[in-house]
Design a binder for this molecule. Structure first.
Ligand code: WTA
Length: 637
């Protein structure tokens, strides 16, 4: 496969960028010509930001799996599509060729169909990071069902909320997942979640860790037995369903500033073009390379840069089941060496954590095949950037700092590896098609250089969010209302003298903990469910490894004679209702929270205290209860 739209130098980037904004239809229409369509589009783009109504490639018909699988069969059917590195380094690596993956996806599409899943149905997938997860995702797309992958670390309650919101009728899971030295009993978590979900009538279970599970007659079926039936039927070819360009491809739930996670919706054609184009350009992918993205498919990064981006380009995508620090902190480097990885894409939190183990884990690991390093998910601090550059990239491997979001479908602001300039801690320049604007609190666009403001995107791009599932008003309200006619990212940003962008972090009530988005309201709601908790407030504070840590201020009315037990109970509650990722790092019991006279919690003050900047609290005299600030400061942990 060749990529005539792969940008090769800075000058070409500037030309392409200009054309993409001057003539988006011509620009994206030309790129789209390089995909497989069942029917071409009538119009390239139509958009009305006021109603959050954007359509790309309207009138076209396609199936994304034909672009990720079928079109590679003739010239690279025997190339490895998925390279699977199991949790346990002593277990066998799996290499799945494009031909094999095509076959397995079609067989599993039959399984779904035989179990009553139809085009347009929603299927929730809750599995570990194993090839079958990618197969399940692609089989949904083959058949035209909408997949919604749920990260393996979410609790039964979180899963149930998502399944109900999506009104899913089928769940695909495993008996359990391996994570380092631990196993996670996925099927039993699903069983708990399904107690409150009456839309689900089928659960397909992949037997991965051979742990006993209870199978419910009529509802639950074993993956392998169902695939056997398909193979025995003799008819394994599953034609790719014809999808309209704007048919839903997937829903992915993400946290916002209100309590309930929202289902970000991506549709077929625009997302495909965007995931592919950004993959090929940002990482400067060359045929034959091995791409190792360490994200989980439960997050958008896994969707776009483990599954759809790499596979649409015919790449070898490395899927790793385990964790970076088990059996030891050299695991990523060992994998890079063993599989001769060309592109490594990971998160600042992983870099910071591995940095903490020093050079020892790097001993004897050959990293010389690496050609591109990437980071995503949170701002990267200078120290981590330089460590990554020096110790991993040996100061000769370009680092791409890629800024984007679940809602944007793919990378939005990033250097193109080795093609456009990099600058430590800067995401740098927008990709073609992306029109960033910095806006002040009153909605005025901030022009010029050396400025900062709230980051908006002024024009539609192919991979943008189309709606929030089941509630379009919420999509308008969340993303298109703060600044009329613009998409608001929720991030603060600065633009330096050269026009390079640096993302400074969220400006809304969303925390970024280890690169995971966590809504403060969601955590507060969970804590408030604990018997005896009257009220709570969550803020973020700087954390050496996680980027941000979670600080909880909790008013408790019950027996608090054993505060340690109480805190452990609160952590347990959060784990049960959301998942371990949302557990506060610090809990301070307080008798009150600082409030304005209208009763609003003054988070700014709580944030300053948690950040250890109590000298910057400012005037508290206008508060309803200034005395609680003193009390909180006195007991600050
Ligand atoms: C943050 C992850 C700084 C940002 C793909 C954004 C970043 C949120 C970067 C989206 C980066 C992501 N530099 N901050 N390179 N990349 N972020 O939806 O705050 O899980 O809004 O998508 O992560 O997180 P999400």
């Amino acid at each position: 496969m060749n990529f005539p739209y792969q940008i090769k130098n800075l000058e070409q980037y500037q030309q392409e960028y200009k054309r993409s904004l001057d003539d988006p239809s011509g620009f994206w229409g030309d790129i789209a010509e390089h995909f497989t369509w069942k029917k071409k589009w009538d119009t390239v783009v139509q958009s009305d930001f006021h109603h959050a109504d954007t359509r790309w490639f309207e009138g076209a018909q396609l199936n994304i799996t034909e672009n990720c699988l079928d079109r590679h069969l003739a010239d690279r059917g025997d190339h490895t599509a998925i390279l699977f590195e199991p949790n346990d380094p002593n277990k066998e690596v799996q290499k799945i060729s494009y031909a094999e993956l095509h076959k397995r996806v079609m067989e599993f599409a039959w399984v779904l169909k035989n179990n009553g899943v139809k085009k347009g149905d929603r299927v929730c997938i809750y599995m570990g990071m194993i090839p079958e997860l990618a197969i399940a995702v692609l089989a949904c797309a083959r058949l035209g069902a909408v997949h919604s992958v749920i990260f393996g670390g979410f609790s039964a309650q979180s899963i149930s909320d998502r399944i109900q919101d999506a009104q899913a009728n089928c769940v695909i899971t495993c008996d359990g997942a391996n994570r380092g030295a631990k196993t996670i009993p996925l099927k039993s978590v699903i069983d708990d979640a399904l107690v409150s979900c009456n839309t689900v009538n089928k659960v397909i279970v992949y037997d991965h860790i051979q742990t006993p599970v209870s199978m419910i007659k009529g509802r639950d079926a074993w993956w392998n037995e169902e695939v056997d039936k398909v193979q025995q039927s003799g008819n394994t070819y599953f034609p790719a369903e014809s999808m309209d360009a704007e048919d839903l491809l997937f829903i992915l739930y993400t946290s916002g500033s209100t309590g309930k996670p929202k289902g970000v919706v991506h549709t077929t054609a625009g997302y495909m073009v965007w995931a592919h184009y950004t993959f090929v350009n940002v990482f400067q992918y060359q045929p034959g390379q091995v791409h190792f993205c360490t994200a989980d498919i439960g997050w958008i990064t896994g969707h776009s840069y483990i599954v759809y981006g790499p596979l649409s380009a015919g790449a070898t995508t490395l899927m790793f089941e385990g964790v970076p620090t088990w059996p030891d902190a050299g695991r990523f480097w060992e994998i890079t060496d063993k599989h001769q990885v060309d592109i490594l894409y990971t998160a600042p939190t992983a870099i910071r954590s591995l940095m903490g183990f020093g050079k020892e884990p790097l001993q004897g690991k050959d990293l010389s095949t690496l050609k591109v390093l990437g980071t995503v998910g949170e701002p990267i601090n200078s120290e981590a950037w330089h460590w990554y550059d020096k110790e991993i990239g040996k100061e000769k491997t370009p680092i791409v700092d890629t800024w984007w979001q679940t809602e944007t479908g793919g990378i939005m602001i990033s250097n193109l590896a080795g093609v456009t300039p990099s600058k430590p801690t800067y995401a740098t320049l927008p990709l073609p098609g992306i029109a960033p604007e910095l806006v002040d609190e009153n909605g005025n666009v901030i022009e010029g250089m050396d400025v900062s403001g709230n980051l908006c995107i002024a024009k539609p791009w192919p991979g943008m969010i189309r709606t929030t599932y089941g509630n379009h008003e919420r999509c308008i309200e969340t993303y298109f209302s703060a600044y009329k006619g613009k998409y608001f990212t929720g991030d603060g940003c600065l633009r330096d003298a050269e026009g390079m962008y640096r993302i400074t972090g969220r400006v809304d009530d969303v925390l970024n903990v280890s690169g995971h988005r966590i809504g403060t309201a969601e955590v507060e709601n969970a804590i408030n469910m604990h018997e005896g908790v009257v009220e709570s407030a969550i803020v973020g504070y700087p954390h050496d490894v996680k980027g941000q840590g979670i600080y909880a201020y909790v008013i408790f009315s019950g027996d608090s004679s054993n505060p340690d037990l109480l805190k452990a109970d609160i952590l347990q509650t959060v784990s049960r209702l959301i998942g371990p990722i949302a557990k506060p790092d610090k809990i301070q019991l307080v008798s009150g929270l600082p409030k304005t006279r209208s009763g609003k919690i003054m988070r700014r003050i709580l944030r300053k205290i948690a950040e250890g900047e109590s000298d910057k609290i400012g005037d508290t005299s206008t508060l309803l209860n200034p005395e609680v600030v003193d009390e909180i400061l006195l007991n600050f942990i």
